[in-house]
Design a protein around this ligand. Structure first.
Ligand code: DX5
Ligand code: ZN
Length: 234
């Protein structure tokens, strides 16, 4: 390795994860077949308590498994993740719960270790008004940090650019410590906001309404990836 490559930032990942929340629930297998080029598929589980909306639970999420080999990325917007998240850990490649849904960062670390022990990548998510600082000293305990760029609960909301300060703080610390923790952004992502997010340091881009419900979902995925990767390199 040359000195120049040794001092360069590690190669950044660009992962696009369409959210099935925006898909036709009556035809989920057909919907995910429209995005074979997606790196991950994002699965939003809402309980009507942690967020003011109800989506679906474990049986519906599991029904996708026979229909794809893609990485299934579960986002739990639920109360009491200690009770439910382990059930998801056995079947899904990544399971993310909310910091606001557990007692404190110590409880989050305990749950994360449990999830990792069950063989899944563990993720921690924060809502737009939750500060990132409590996470910064513990990033090695999580495989991904999901920064919400809308209030969780519904698709189709406008991207909140102010959350990118949290992404920059995460990127700086992850790079400084040489960690492999991924930064995921969720809410209001399309080509332009993916580019803004890529420039700030995001690795994983969740996109619901800008992919499903459009005429050309696969093309939308590729466009988001291109915008994000180009901005991340600049
Ligand atoms: C919102 C969910 C998102 C949602 C994003 O609470 O966590 O994953 O599907 O939808 P869009 O991309 O339409 O903002
Ligand atoms: Zn989500």
């Amino acid at each position: 390795m040359t000195d120049a490559s040794a001092s360069a930032s590690p190669a950044r990942t660009t992962i696009v994860a369409p959210s099935i929340l925006a898909a036709d629930f009556a035809n989920l297998a057909g919907e995910i077949a429209k995005v074979p080029n997606a790196d991950w598929l994002h699965i939003d589980v809402m309980d009507g308590h942690f967020v003011p909306n109800l989506s679906f639970g474990l049986p519906v999420a599991k029904s996708l498994i026979p229909h794809t080999n893609q990485h299934l990325d579960v986002h739990l917007m639920i109360e009491d993740p200690e009770r439910w998240a382990p059930d998801f850990a056995q079947d899904f490649q990544s399971v993310t719960f909310h910091l606001e849904a557990v007692r404190d960062i110590d409880a989050a670390i305990v749950l994360s270790e449990k999830l990792r022990g069950l063989g899944t990548m563990s993720g921690i998510s924060i809502k737009p008004n939750t500060p990132v600082e409590p996470l910064l000293d513990h990033l090695e305990k999580f495989d991904l940090v999901l920064v919400m760029s809308v209030e969780p609960g519904f698709g189709g909301q406008a991207f909140m650019p102010e959350v990118l300060d949290k992404v920059r703080a995460l990127r700086e610390r992850i790079d400084a410590e040489g960690l492999s923790t991924l930064i995921e952004i969720d809410g209001g992502i399309g080509a332009e906001t993916a580019a803004e997010s890529g420039a700030a340091g995001v690795d994983v881009y969740v996109a619901g309404s800008s992919v499903f419900g459009k005429e050309d979902p696969a093309e939308r995925v590729d466009t988001i990836r291109t915008y994000a990767a180009t901005a991340a390199q600049d």
